[in-house]
Ligand binder design. Sequence first.
Ligand SMILES: NC(=O)c1ccc[n+]([C@@H]2O[C@H](COP(=O)([O-])OP(=O)(O)OC[C@H]3O[C@@H](n4cnc5c(N)ncnc54)[C@H](OP(=O)(O)O)[C@@H]3O)[C@@H](O)[C@H]2O)c1
Length: 254
Amino acid sequence: MNRTRRYEGKVVLVTGSSRGIGQRMALRFAEEGADVVVHYFRNGERARETVEAVRALGREALLVKANLAEADKVGALFDEIEQHFGRLDVYVHNAASGRNRRAMELDLKGWEWTVNVNARAFLLGAQRAARMMPEGGAMLALSSLGADRVFPYYTSVGATKAAIESMVRYFAVELAPQRINVNAISAGGVRTGALEHFPDMDETWRRMEERIPYHRMVTPDDVANLALFLCSPEAEMIRGQVIRIDGGLTLITP
Ligand SMILES: NC(=O)c1ccc[n+]([C@@H]2O[C@H](COP(=O)([O-])OP(=O)(O)OC[C@H]3O[C@@H](n4cnc5c(N)ncnc54)[C@H](OP(=O)(O)O)[C@@H]3O)[C@@H](O)[C@H]2O)c1
C-alpha cells in the first residue's frame, strides 16, 4: 500500500470540519488523496477556508451546512453526499457541542441539544453512512476522557461521549459482515476553540500539561494521524475500540 496516498479515490466526510480537530483531519485525508465533504454549522467562513485548502491539494471538496441537532438536517447532509458522490468511504463523526453545566444545574434544553448533536446525530449518521458505504469503509467517532471520568461542567458532553463509545461497539459488530470498520478516538485535552467556554480553563490547561508524562498537550495533528490509521485497512483487526490518545495523562493517579 502507498502510505502517503492511503485515501486516493476515496470520499471522506468529516463533520465539524470548519475548525479545530475536524479541519485538521479533513486536510490530512485530502493530503492522502481523498475527496472531502466539509461540513459546518455556524462558521461558514472557516469552512470555506477548509474547502479552499482541500482544493489547493488538488482534491474535490463538497461544502455542506447542517445543524446536526435536527434529525432532518442530518438526513439532508447524507442526501447531498449521495447525490453528489453516490457513496461514502469514510464517515468521521467529529462535530460536537454541549451545555457546560454541573449535573445539578443542567437544564432539559441543554441536555436535549447535547444529546442530539453528539449522540443522536451519530446514530442517524452511521445508519445512513452504512447504506452508502462500500466494503472496506470505515467510521470513526470522536470521544473524550470525560466519557468515563468527571470533569468540571462536562456533564452533558461526558454522558453523550459515553453513549457514542457504546454505539461504536454495537455498530462495529453489526457492520463487520459488511466489512465496515467502526472505532472511536478518545483524546486528552487538545487546545482548540472548544474549551475556551469552560470557566477557569487556563488554570486547567496548566495543571493538565504539568501532569502529562510526556509534558505536552495533544495536538490536532496527533489526532489526525490516529484517525488516518484507524480508517485505513492497516487497522482492519481493530474493531469497535476506543483508542486513547493523551500522552499518558490517564496513567497517572491524581
Ligand atoms: N478539544 C479537545 O480538547 C477535545 C478533547 C477530546 C475530544 N474532543 C472531541 O473532538 C471533536 C472536535 O473537537 P474540537 O475541539 O476540534 O471542537 P471545536 O473546535 O469546538 O469544533 C466543533 C465543530 O463542531 C461543529 N458543530 C458544533 N455544533 C454543531 C451543530 N449543532 N451542528 C453541526 N455542527 C456543529 C462546529 O461547526 P461550526 O463551527 O461551523 O458551527 C465545529 O466545526 C469533538 O467531538 C470533541 O468533543 C476534543
